[in-house]
Design a protein around this ligand. Structure first.
Ligand code: PLP
Length: 417
């Protein structure tokens, strides 16, 4: 708080724009921490929330159920690859990951394989801020004060790639070799966690579907669960409904949260398959998955999620068509700029790194400096370190996205001066 600039006070939001208390208006190019997939103030979701609030605001979800949750579960299961059949509700991305972690861990012990206790994660992975989620994202330096609370993780490199990358296949091979070495050295692995196609907080690092297919092959061969953290990539972000669908892969568990209610209310789900469910479905109390939250499957949040799903179904082309538009605008405004490198795009997300000279502390503050400049230009664009990215609401139009690219161009030109 001591070093940050004062927070920007926001009065209201409509579509891609946020109205500030001081009368200015800024364009939200990052969907407000990646959640507002339809833009702000979407009236269809607001109305669904109001309706549900008048009917049933909440009910205990242990031993009780309600229509908004049932309907959402049925509809969501029709959107994900067909091998998923079971859904577990929670409140946010971190808990969705925590749930997946505990299901994977207990699955093996319910099966009587008590030796399968360890997890593998990826360098640069981010899975949330609770202790289990921190442990899975073990490579982040954010967690230094908590190392003593966290469990051990084996970490392999994320084969991050970009347009024109010559070494992509080499990096993938190195990662797969490292994985194989771990899996062969001991049979104590319960699962491998990955942010499929895009690592979000780690800097919008992108990997290829081909890599995810090989990862799945390896995990199956060595009987290790594959767990996709799709908290950010879910609900259209990658240009397909889910990263697992785009990559034609069938993970054992997926975690969803950010876009689930279109940014209106906190909610999350963890999805899994019938064979995993079957290991818990028992008359023995000890096989129960003992995990639940007070707001589990909150009816108002479920109503928002149903409304958001309806909008996504109606406007699927809005997320399916953004990738070529990003590519077009990049080549029109930014291609060849001397201050940028490693351009990459996946569906609705586009990113590049700002060139920084080693040996200075430029890396540390270029992002913060650019963030201020973007705000004064009228854009909410919030670099992660030296990575600049766009993750707009799907309702953004060509003129608006062009304006964002033009602003990035001006700010990059400013770095040259
Ligand atoms: C944001 C995020 C989380 C954590 O979600 P919260 O709702 O902030 O707890 C977990 N995993 C990924 C990939 C994320 O992007």
């Amino acid at each position: 708080m001591q070093t940050a600039s004062p927070p920007v006070a926001v009065k209201s939001g409509r579509g891609v724009y946020l109205e500030l208390e001081d009368g200015r208006s800024i364009m939200d190019c990052i969907s407000s921490w990646w959640v507002n997939i339809h833009g702000h103030g979407e009236p269809f979701i607001a109305a669904a929330i109001a309706e549900q609030a008048k009917k049933l605001e909440h009910v205990i979800f242990a031993g009780f159920t309600h229509e908004p949750a049932e309907v959402f579960a049925q509809r969501l299961l029709r959107k994900v690859p067909g091998h998923f059949s079971r859904i577990f509700f929670s409140d946010n991305g971190s808990t969705a990951v925590e749930v997946a972690l505990k299901i994977a861990y207990q699955y093996w012990s319910n099966k009587g394989k008590n030796n399968k206790r360890r997890f593998i994660g990826f360098d640069g992975g981010y899975h949330g801020d609770t202790v289990g989620a921190m442990s899975i994202g073990g490579s982040s330096s954010f967690w230094n004060p908590f190392k003593g609370l966290m469990f051990d993780l084996d970490v392999v490199p994320y084969p991050a790639t970009f347009a024109g990358d010559e070494f992509c296949e080499e990096k993938e091979r190195a990662t797969l070799d490292a994985l194989k070495l771990l899996l062969e050295s001991q049979n104590g692995y319960a699962g491998v966690f990955i942010e499929p196609l895009i690592q979000g907080a780690g800097g919008m690092r992108m990997c290829r579907p081909e890599f995810l297919q090989k990862l799945q092959e390896l995990a199956r061969k060595y009987e290790v669960l594959t767990i996709y953290d799709e908290v950010m990539t879910g609900f259209g972000r990658t240009g397909d409904w889910f990263a697992c669908a785009k990559a034609s892969t069938q993970p054992d568990l997926i975690c969803l949260s950010k876009g689930i209610t279109g940014g209106f209310l906190p909610m999350a789900v963890t999805l899994t398959t019938e064979p995993i469910f079957a290991e818990f479905y028992s008359a023995e109390m000890s096989k129960t998955f003992f995990h639940g939250h007070s707001y589990t499957a909150n009816p108002i949040a479920c109503a928002a999620a149903n409304a958001s799903l309806t909008l996504l179904e109606k406007n699927a082309s809005s997320f399916q068509n953004l990738e070529p538009i990003h590519e077009h605008l990049f080549s029109r405004f930014l291609s060849g700029h001397p201050m940028l490198t490693r351009f990459r795009v996946c569906g609705t997300v586009a990113a590049f790194d700002v060139v920084t000279s080693a040996g200075t502390n430029y890396y540390d503050n270029v992002g913060a400096r650019m963030r201020e400049q973007f705000i004064s230009e009228g854009f909410l664009i919030r670099p992660l370190g030296n990575t600049v990215y766009l993750m707009p609401p799907y309702c953004i139009d060509m003129d608006q996205l062009s304006a964002a690219y033009a602003a990035i161009r001006r700010v990059l030109d400013g770095l040259l001066a």
